[in-house]
Design a protein around this ligand. Structure first.
Ligand code: SAH
Ligand code: SF4
Length: 400
């Protein structure tokens, strides 16, 4: 018996509405292209229009096209048909006794990241932004590495963290005097070099002189040592480099930062020496987490001096921030001071990072969506869809 299908009766699938593009995540040249492609702005006027819109979004901080008073009403309506400039939702906001602020931001259902503002760091204050939800790298002392769900953030989602901090700190317009937010550090959740494309776009947007205007020299990208991406980072972003070193020999670093098995110390040090633009005025920061009885002996301080010899560098000693379930402990204060003294004597500036925002679990390496447990099953369902949609080529590397 044969069956004939009458295809003429099949109802055509209804086209899903095209998602709105968030203009906050486009560099100015990308915005020119997007405006032209959408047909909202004619080619000859796109550059001028893009700068005008860019200024509204990143200089004035507006979140609604209706506020663009010098753009014709009809154009504003057409912009809103194709684009958005809305912020993601702030799910939770905490302020520490010492002025540290932490925001839990929901980028999409089940996709939450944390962003922390730390006063008195850099010229005035630094914002610690996340580049991924979670992290694939599993450094043994890091809380973020224990989070199951991982996806790259888009440039719009990275820029949104800065915009939300500026909303809360009252930092609009961006040329306001006495700004509290002077520096950006990519030291929140995730490995920025596994999401370099979006991180580089975000840096271009944040540093653009028509917008937020935070100079590239005040933007630091911290990496656990993705050696093949170091050169591209320097060339694309001209950002300051920070390396999460934490150990001076491969055996120990393999345990602390498992990525070391892939890119061991000799390769890492060679990559750092070749970082574009490295000089005494643009030194690399070596981050070194102080773990009691693990990496904090005077011998290790001397080994560190030897390892970084000849590199324009400073060393940032980070007291370990404990989190529930970790076996590590923070080094005793005397051990940290003795370690710092050896570095100082060898001519390296080695500030000890003061613990900040401890009362709100806001320190580096402690960032992890606390809502994770409750939503674990929902997140599992979402993770595949989210990863399929957002992961780019860099993530292939992360998953390898
Ligand atoms: N993934 C990147 C950037 C985010 S982590 C990186 O690893 O460099 C930012 C810094 O916090 C890194 O130096 C990291 O090693 C450190 N860190 C992670 N967990 C920590 C903890 N529990 N206590 C102190 N520092 C920690
Ligand atoms: Fe990832 Fe950095 Fe944490 Fe390592 S220290 S797990 S690279 S966020």
């Amino acid at each position: 018996m044969s069956v004939t299908l009458d295809l003429s009766r099949v109802t055509p699938a209804v086209d899903a509405p095209k998602p709105l593009i968030n203009l906050s995540g486009l560099t100015r040249p990308q915005m020119v292209a997007a405006l032209t492609e959408s047909g909202v702005v004619e080619h000859g006027k796109a550059k001028m229009r893009a700068t005008q819109i860019f200024r509204w979004v990143h200089h004035r901080g507006i979140t609604d096209f209706a506020q663009m008073s010098d753009v014709a009403k009809e154009t504003r309506a057409r912009l809103a048909e194709h684009f958005t400039i809305a912020r993601p939702e702030v799910v939770e906001r905490q302020v520490s006794k010492d002025g540290t602020r932490k925001w839990l931001i929901r980028m999409a259902p089940g996709i939450e990241v944390e962003t922390v503002y730390i006063p008195s760091v850099g010229r005035v204050g630094a914002l610690c932004v996340s580049s991924q939800v979670g992290c694939t790298l599993n450094c043994s002392f890091c809380h973020t590495g224990t989070q199951a769900l991982v996806r790259n953030l888009t440039a719009a989602e990275i820029v949104a963290q800065v915009q939300i901090a500026k909303d809360d700190l009252g930092e609009w317009p961006s040329d306001k005097e006495d700004r509290l937010l002077s520096n950006i550090v990519f030291m929140g959740m995730g490995e920025p070099l596994y999401n370099l494309g979006q991180v580089a776009d975000a840096i271009e947007i944040i540093s653009d002189n028509e917008g937020i205007t935070i100079s590239r020299r005040r933007i630091t990208v911290s990496t656990s040592g993705v050696v093949p991406q170091l050169e591209a980072l320097g060339e694309k972003t001209q950002a300051m480099l920070a390396i999460s070193l934490h150990a001076t020999n491969d055996a120990l670093r393999d345990q602390l930062v498992p990525l070391n098995k892939k890119y061991p110390l000799d390769q890492l040090m060679a990559g750092i020496r070749a970082y574009p633009g490295l000089s005494n005025a643009r030194r690399v920061t070596f981050e070194y987490v102080m773990l009691k009885g693990v990496n904090d002996s005077p011998d290790e301080a001397r080994a560190l001096v030897k390892l970084i010899k000849g590199i324009p560098a400073k060393v940032n000693l980070i007291p370990f921030n404990p989190w529930p379930g970790t076996d590590y402990q923070c080094s005793d204060w005397a051990a940290i001071e003795a370690f710092a003294a050896i570095l100082n004597k060898a001519g390296y500036s080695s500030p000890i990072r003061t613990p900040r925002g401890r009362d709100i679990l806001a320190a580096c390496g402690q960032l992890k969506s606390e809502s994770e447990k409750v939503r674990a099953s929902a997140m599992r369902k979402l993770s595949m869809a989210a990863m399929a949609g957002v992961l780019d080529d860099d993530e292939d590397e992360a998953a390898a």
